[in-house]
Structures are given as structure tokens and as C-alpha cells.
Design a binder for this molecule. Structure first.
Ligand SMILES: Nc1ncnc2c1ncn2[C@@H]1O[C@H](COP(=O)(O)OP(=O)(O)OP(=O)(O)O)[C@@H](O)[C@H]1O
Ligand SMILES: [Mg+2]
Length: 257
């Protein structure tokens, strides 16, 4: 399990996260939603070693990863896909993927992972030798996720993968995430617009000004009028989320995931 316990973190002398505790089990998805500036990205950075927590613990299967370097955190089984689809535009899809496997020594593992990823994101397979900068926004997001997966993580931290993408593209990304979950990967997903995330998550958490103020099943958060009003926008309802879930599962079965 990935256990984040009473985590405090921030920048210089600005505290952002206050005693945040979240557990991500293998083969499960935890969605964290919250407004701009709530600390969602800071949470992922503190888990992956990009910033050093000032208090609390982060551990994988009982082994602490707090104060480890980013590389060591990757080797412990955690990949972080940061916000903003950070692919190397001047490198090809294949070269981007190779960079994602930098902590893996065995070439055999890398080529097996590469073919798994093409199964997961068939669109990338046909663009293997294209420059990442020439891909669509959705394909770049797929590539950013695929690059994170090249390290063979057991836990995937995802920062707003659906931001700015058309609904059909978001569906494809969620289908891939559901498939990864089915294969045993634990997913910690942060999203500002969390309807799709909550509809598919095993657990939802609400982050407000660095505090975890609510957690429970995704369904519980989707059914909470205050959450809906503040974070999910007008028109959101259990009915709507069920529809999105149904779309994702239809897509998944069409793709035989
Ligand atoms: N590199 C940084 N240096 C200093 N302060 C930062 C830095 N990054 C973020 N912050 C501050 O930390 C707080 C939390 O920011 P964070 O980026 O974690 O929020 P977020 O929930 O991811 O927001 P968004 O939805 O906009 O991505 C904000 O007040 C922000 O201004
Ligand atoms: Mg953010």
C-alpha cells in the first residue's frame, strides 16, 4: 500500500498541506478534488520527492520514501505524471518513452512495457516515430502517462490528466486508467473538475486550503450537495456520473480491456 500519513508540506516558509492522510491500495483509484490552489499538485510533489515534506510520513509497503530522491521514489514503485502534459516536444514518442524507463536496467523489461503501452494507447503505436510536439493534446497526455508507466510503477500519481481535453479524449484516458487499475496499479488522481474522477474512483477526497475535509466513496462525494455546488458545477448529479461511468465501461468492453 502507498500510505500518506499526516503529511505537511509547502514551499520555503509557506505551508500548503496540513496533516493530509490518504491510503492508496493496489488495484484501486483514489481521486482528490479541490479548487485552484488547494494544494493538489503540492500533494503529489511531496509524495514523489520533488519537494521535501516538513512533517508526516510517506511509505510504500511499510518502507518510508520520505526524503528520498525522485529517482529512489521511482525505484520504490511510484511514478508521478505532472500537470501540463510535460512531454519533450523535440523528441519522438519512442524517445520520450525510453526516457521514462531510465531507472530500469533490463532491456527486456523495457521492450515488454513498450508493447503493453501500445496496447493501452493504440494511438501512440501509430505515431511511434513522430515528434511528441506534433501530437494532439490528448495524445500528448497519453504519452505523458505512458512515459510514467515505462518505469513499471505499482503506484501512479496523476495530476489533472483531463484538463483541457475533449470529453471523448477524456473517456479514452479513463478507459486506460481503469485497465491499469485492473492490472493491479494503485492510482492517486488529482482533478479540479472531478466528476469523471469521482464516478470511477474507489475513494474520493476533498482538499480545501491544504486540509483534507471530506473523504468517502466517490459516490458519497458526488451525492453531497455542497461538493456538487462548490466543485462539480451545476447540472452534476449521480445520474450524470452514472452515465459517464456507463460510457467508460462500454468503451472498456469495446476495447476488450
Ligand atoms: N513552486 C511554488 N512556490 C511557491 N508557492 C507555490 C509553488 N507552487 C504552488 N505554490 C502555492 O501553493 C499553493 C498550492 O498550490 P498547488 O499548485 O499545489 O495547488 P493545486 O490544487 O494544484 O491548484 P491547481 O488546481 O491550480 O493546479 C498555492 O497557494 C500556490 O500559490
Ligand atoms: Mg495543480
Amino acid at each position: 500500500m502507498l500510505v500518506i500519513d499526516s503529511l505537511d508540506a509547502g514551499y520555503d516558509r509557506t505551508p500548503v498541506l496540513h496533516s493530509v492522510s490518504i491510503t492508496v491500495r493496489p488495484a484501486s483509484m483514489v481521486a482528490v478534488i479541490g479548487a485552484n490552489g488547494a494544494g493538489k499538485s503540492t500533494l503529489l510533489r511531496a509524495v514523489s520527492g520533488l519537494i521535501k515534506p516538513s512533517g508526516g510520513t510517506v511509505s510504500v509497503d511499510g518502507h518510508s520514501v520520505k526524503y528520498r530522491s525522485e529517482r529512489e521514489v521511482v525505484q520504490a514503485g511510484i511514478s508521478h505524471v505532472p500537470e501540463g502534459r510535460q512531454v519533450f516536444a523535440n523528441l519522438t514518442v519512442q524517445e520520450n518513452l525510453r526516457l521514462g524507463g531510465y531507472t530500469t536496467r533490463r532491456r527486456g523489461d523495457l521492450s515488454a512495457r513498450q508493447s503493453d503501452l501500445i496496447d493501452l494507447f493504440p494511438e501512440l503505436g501509430s505515431r511511434f516515430r513522430s515528434y511528441a510536439g506534433s501530437l494532439s493534446g490528448g495524445q500528448q497526455q497519453m504519452l505523458a502517462i505512458a512515459r510514467g508507466l515505462m518505469a513499471g510503477p505499482r503506484y501512479l500519481l496523476l495530476d489533472e490528466p483531463s484538463l483541457g481535453l475533449a470529453p471523448q479524449v477524456v473517456d479514452k484516458i479513463f478507459v486506460a486508467l481503469l485497465s491499469l487499475r485492473q492490472r493491479g496499479v494503485g492510482i492517486l488522481l488529482v482533478e479540479q473538475n472531478g466528476r469523471m474522477a469521482l464516478a470511477n474512483a474507489d475513494e474520493g477526497c476533498l482538499l480545501e486550503q491544504g486540509h483534507l475535509t471530506m473523504s468517502g466513496t466517490g459516490r458519497k462525494l458526488l451525492g453531497d450537495p455542497a461538493v456538487v455546488e462548490k466543485y462539480l458545477g451545476v447540472g452534476s448529479s449521480i445520474g450524470g456520473s452514472e452515465r459517464q461511468k456507463a460510457i467508460a465501461s462500454r468503451l472498456a468492453s469495446a476495447l476488450r480491456l
